[in-house]
Design a protein. Structure first.
Length: 450
């Protein structure tokens, strides 16, 4: 079932060359953080290019419930009048974060050090995902949480009345956990220290500095050590959200596997903690260029030009790169099916606790489409068949996971027989214009009649 309504079965069939300009929406991670940090300062933060996907709209609604004034000004422009650090009001009702792990985990962090109580829930996917990874460190601040067995939503958090700062070594590579701890640290007196063994996306650190917090990062033997001084007065900002590299991945990968394609994807955020897929694709022999590299709003940005790449080769993806492309493994596995030889992906246990078990979802669907896949607890291998040799023809389950649905629709664009997904509804969480955007490039993606 779709996260919001009835399932939307979709089909993608082989098409002529994909050509043109693909203007993908704003970055999801930065969009969530813009709303949450905007709600935690005094004054008006303006946001241009906000992703208006369901995940982010759910976060906007949540920020209103905690007392911020959030307005949609039209054309991707939004305004947030915040309540200040420690100023969150207690919500009247349950906070429904829909499909969004980032939304719920960051908001839990943001409210954990305020003397309020809030209950969180989500859709069937989110209510199955682990929350103890966030509530364990939040307990160190003095926040209590009661949820379902296994630390699942729905869950109620009782914010700390007298929060204390913490020092926390993040046990899994997760920007959501790191960010939850930092946001909680905002309303704790003194210094909160977060250490991550592997660098994950650093938008929270960059944006906290931009909002005027005292925050520093040091490389130590334990890893990246981030020190935040609590109870700052955050200053309202004017934010321009770069376009999402995780969404850009779909038209880029489609162009690489559809013969004759040449697609320009402008204005993509290329923060090194996010750009691992593009490095990997180039190592596989992709004709993928960065044009007009520049900086916008404190983030590196470039225009990506992707062309059909007939000579793709399977590679071993370095495990230390995993965090910088964690959301892109599903679509990489599709490109790998069209490459010659094996693509080996190791050190990716986290893929099993995303919106779905992404290794299982992709391996099952790829096998049904005639591609051989091997997998283990934290690794998987796709045995590439080369261009023109991927059978396709199967119906794939999207498991309430936008990236699984989009990945299989990309597969259908270059497979020998059309590929179906049982539900394209979740695509609206992160990439609401996926269908018209891919259609305008020349793709044959359609909704099936009931
Ligand atoms: C995100 C962090 C990642 C990523 C998610 C967005 C973020 O999750 O998969 O799509 O915005 O912080 P984890 O923190 O679970 O790795």
């Amino acid at each position: 079932m779709s996260s919001h309504g009835d399932p939307i079965p979709m089909t993608s069939a082989a098409c002529g060359p994909l050509t043109g300009v693909a203007e993908v929406p704003g970055d999801k991670s930065i969009s969530h953080r813009s709303l949450i940090l905007g709600a935690m300062c005094i004054g008006e933060t303006t946001i241009a290019g906000l992703l208006e996907g369901q995940d982010v709209l759910d976060t906007a609604k949540a920020m209103r419930a905690f007392g911020a004034e959030v307005s949609d000004l039209g054309g991707g422009n939004w305004s947030v009048r915040g309540v200040g650090v420690g100023g969150f009001a207690e919500p009247d009702g349950v906070i429904d974060c829909g499909n969004s792990g980032t939304g719920v985990r960051l908001i839990m962090g943001a409210m954990a050090t305020s003397p309020i109580v809030a209950t969180f829930t989500g859709d069937a996917s989110l209510n199955g995902r682990p929350m103890a990874r966030v509530t364990d460190p939040l307990a160190l601040f003095g926040c209590q949480a009661v949820g379902r067995t296994g630390g699942r939503l729905p869950m109620t958090l009782v914010g700390a009345v007298e929060p204390v700062p913490v020092r926390y070594v993040v046990p899994v590579p997760s920007a959501q956990v790191k960010s939850a701890v930092l946001l909680a640290g905002l309303n704790a007196p003194g210094q909160t220290v977060v250490i991550e063994a592997e660098a994950t996306r650093d938008h929270t650190e960059r944006m906290l500095a931009g909002f005027g917090a005292e925050i520093s990062v040091q490389e130590t033997e334990e890893g990246r050590e981030i020190t935040l001084t609590g109870q700052p007065e955050l200053r309202a900002q004017q934010i321009e959200v770069p376009r999402d590299p995780s969404s850009a991945a779909f038209p880029v990968c489609a162009a690489l596997i559809v013969p004759g394609s040449d697609v320009l994807v402008p204005g993509i955020g290329l923060n090194p903690t996010r750009a691992g897929l593009f490095t990997t694709l180039r190592e596989m022999g992709a004709d993928l260029a960065y044009e007009n590299a520049r900086e916008e709003g404190g983030e590196p940005v470039a225009d990506l030009r992707a062309k059909f790449s007939p000579g793709l080769k399977g590679i071993e993806v370095p495990p230390e790169r995993a965090a910088s492309m964690i959301d892109e493994y599903p679509v990489l596995s599709v490109v790998a099916a069209f490459a010659e030889g094996q693509t080996v992906m190791r050190g990716v246990k986290e893929l099993r606790v995303k919106e779905s078990d992404r290794i299982d979802a992709m391996a099952t669907g790829l096998r049904a489409n005639g591609v051989e896949v091997e997998d283990g607890p934290d690794w998987w291998i796709v045995n590439g068949l080369g261009h023109g040799n991927v059978p396709g023809g199967a119906v794939c389950a999207s498991h309430l996971d936008h990236r699984i649905a989009m990945s299989f629709l990309i597969l259908g664009m270059a497979a020998n027989a059309p590929v179906k997904v049982d539900d394209g509804g979740p695509i609206a969480t992160s990439f609401p214009i996926f269908e018209p955007l891919m259609g305008a490039l020349g793709a044959q993606v359609s909704r099936d009649r009931a």
